[in-house]
Design a binder for this molecule. Structure first.
Ligand code: FAD
Length: 501
């Protein structure tokens, strides 16, 4: 790790600063390294030489699954990443079974692809090692960023104010740069710092979720090591039952997680936790746990609300500043979208920096924030559709989420239909949309909607009736009018999916 002493310097050219060396910070640093002469990644933590959790990312003990889209982008940015994770002990998902349980039955799929199964600590360590190898990227660890450093007229951010950790007398010093990207996650102070500089920051949109995680680690005996990829049972909002996930990571560790919403917090006491696992409708979880040896106590993590900032709507935004990752918008972790959104944002950053070199635009920062927001939009909407089914969850925003009620009932219909008919294609499509590979509009394709809902079932007829709401418009017109299109968001296409190895 390179810990260089940095003090106030004359206004340099070609330096970019990244606040936070978590997942989005590392991805930003990698992208910036193609465009800037020097990149400084500043983190308040000491950055470990081994895959270890650290205080600045308290969520890291909880499972961190990477979606196929996220994996695709990370491997594009860091060629050979999956192989590297496998070499460093991550088991492969290839050939392992995933048991997906929902209130309508079970689906079992066997993963044909080579994906690595890892802890957040291992992934972050592998990414950090790669970024540390880039000669002009420097890490400033154990250093707090205490504010932005503006020009006297405050129209531009030309650096940050920093303070070394560990000494109460340590001075606060500015470091200058041409671009600052705030990747400081959930604890970001961007709104506070912008407000102190006189910027009018819009109220964020909120999902008041009151969600709770509890995870316990178990050792898998070597003769049981290759049995499953993931067991997942979806919670039922009508009965207030927990979602349960049992997954595997490096070092033969299984992670057992319970998740509840609307103030239904799973236990963090070991006995009570196992009692709650035993009470799940499907006994498979307890049967598996009985074969394993607990190696940690259950650890909780609570999220009162998810925040989506709307920086892109600001009339005045300082040049030289961007925001990425959880500092911009956070998602319900149970859907595993946070790191994927950070990865898509990194791709957007790369595309925008490249365009800026060819054809500079004066509103560069706001245009980047707008493009990132276009990608946040479908993820946020999918979170709202899923989480607002639970009692006690509330959306706070200038407008309700478009098409919410129909989407909730239609998605439930798809889950039921695909499970009862063992329709793996439809189930796969539903999953690819929810993991941000494909646009939700793939599910609102008029042909699919009409063929699914015209299956002769009462539920299908009822949904068609509700969609029409007394109008004589065609299904195409109704869907176009009632559902969001997400046309500006970046997605993979069905063709790209088919071409993937
Ligand atoms: C319980 C839980 C489970 C999750 N599971 C998944 C999952 O399965 N899949 C998935 O894709 N996503 C998951 N996520 C989301 C994921 O953790 C984040 O979306 C992802 O890490 C991107 O976050 P980030 O890099 O923006 O912030 P973080 O990873 O939180 O990193 C922020 C960094 O900024 C540093 N920092 C903060 N403030 C300062 C400061 N003032 N000065 C200097 N440094 C600072 C911190 O030390 C930290 O290193 C989960 C989240 C939670 C809460």
């Amino acid at each position: 790790m390179t810990d260089t002493k940095y003090t106030a310097t004359k206004s340099t050219t070609e330096r970019a600063i990244v606040i936070g060396g978590g997942i989005s910070g590392l991805l930003a640093a990698k992208v910036l390294s193609e465009y800037y002469g020097e990149i400084l990644v500043i983190d308040r933590d000491a950055l470990p030489d081994l895959p270890e959790n650290r205080p600045g990312t308290p969520q890291a003990f909880q499972p961190h699954r990477l979606s196929p889209r996220g994996s695709l982008i990370l491997n594009r940015l860091f060629p050979g990443l999956t192989e590297e994770l496998l070499t460093n002990g991550a088991p492969s998902s290839q050939g392992r079974a995933s048991y997906l349980i929902n209130p309508y039955g079970n689906m079992v799929t066997v993963n044909p692809q080579q994906e690595a199964l890892f802890s957040r600590a291992l992934l972050e360590w592998a990414l950090r090692r790669r970024v540390q190898m880039i000669p002009h990227v420097h890490f400033l660890a154990r250093t707090d960023v205490l504010g932005f450093y503006p020009t006297p007229d405050r129209s531009q951010i030309i650096g940050v104010q920093i303070q070394e950790r560990g000494s109460a007398q340590a001075q606060v010093n500015p470091i200058t740069s041409d671009l600052v990207i705030d990747c400081s996650g959930r604890s970001s102070k961007a709104v506070q710092w912008l407000t102190e500089l006189g910027y009018d920051v819009p109220e964020p949109e909120l999902l008041r979720v009151s969600l709770g995680y509890s995870t316990r680690h178990y050792k898998i005996p070597s003769d049981k090591a290759d049995q499953w990829n993931v067991l997942r049972s979806e919670g039922d909002p009508a009965r207030g039952t927990y979602t349960a996930v049992l997954s595997v990571i490096e070092n033969n560790i299984a992670e057992m997680t319970l998740w509840g919403l609307g103030g239904r917090y799973p236990a963090t006491n070991a006995e009570q936790f196992e009692r709650e696992v035993a009470q799940l409708a499907n006994p498979i979880f307890m049967e598996r746990l009985q074969e394993l040896e607990p190696v940690s106590s259950p650890r909780g993590y609570r999220v009162p609300e998810l925040t989506r900032q709307h920086f892109e709507q600001m009339r005045r935004w300082p040049s030289g500043l961007l925001v990425m990752g959880d500092a911009f918008a956070q998602f319900d972790p149970i859907y595993g979208q946070g790191m994927t959104v950070a990865a898509i944002e990194a791709e957007i950053l790369a595309a925008c920096l490249s365009q800026q070199q060819l054809r500079p635009r004066s509103d560069f920062e706001l245009s980047v924030l707008q493009r990132m927001q276009d990608t946040i939009e479908p993820a946020w909407w999918l979170n709202g559709v899923a989480d607002l089914r639970w009692p006690g969850v509330e959306h706070v925003g200038p407008e309700p989420l478009k098409g919410l009620t129909f989407a909730q009932r239609y998605f439930e219909f798809i889950l039921r239909h695909s499970t009862e008919q063992t329709d793996y294609q439809l189930h796969g499509l539903y999953w690819l949309v929810n993991s941000l590979y494909l646009s939700p509009s793939e599910l609102f394709n008029p042909h699919l909607v009409s063929s699914l809902l015209a299956d002769g079932s009462d539920a299908g007829k009822q949904l068609l009736y509700e969609l029409a709401a007394g109008s004589d418009r065609s299904i195409e017109e109704l869907l176009e009018h009632n559902m969001p299109s997400f046309e500006r968001a970046a997605f993979a296409t069905m063709d790209q999916l088919m071409q993937q190895p």
